[in-house]
Design a binder for this molecule. Sequence first.
Ligand code: HEC
Length: 132
Amino acid sequence: MKRKFLLCMFLGLASIFTANAAVNSDDEIKSRIAPVGKVNIAGAKAETASAGGPRSGADIYSTACVACHSSGVLGAPKFQNAADWAPRLEKGFDTVWQNAINGINAMPPRGTCADCSDDEIKAAIEHMTEGL
Ligand code: HEC
């Protein structure tokens, strides 16, 4: 009876130690992987920033604005449509630009392009109003 108890104790302890060993090695693996991952991500970001630079107005328009501004969804002024844009541009370009950045009525801030810079928004508006 006593032996069986000791055997159980031994097996119990042994399994606790193996479980701990597994946790430790997992942690070790994580800590070994983490710095490499960080370096890679930082490198990738630096590359996009230097290689990409600011996107063109046409690029921004065709990815972020076209959904509403091509057909005039919710009353959005349509692409290069003089009648739609004239009353807006009368407010002055900077006002229109600020409204696009901050949002106005159904127009969401930055047209939902959260990673668009102020200048990229400006370029997109210039693209939509070019020649008007
Ligand atoms: C979800 C639809 C939607 C998207 C996407 C969208 N717009 Fe608009 N936009 C609107 C609507 C609706 C209006 C009209 C708002 C009003 O004056 O009532 C508008 C108005 C504007 C105006 C005129 C603001 C003024 O002062 O009259 C500008 C400039 C503009 N949008 C720029 C953009 C740009 C740039 C993008 C892309 C980065 C964009 N919009 C994306 C819906 C959208």
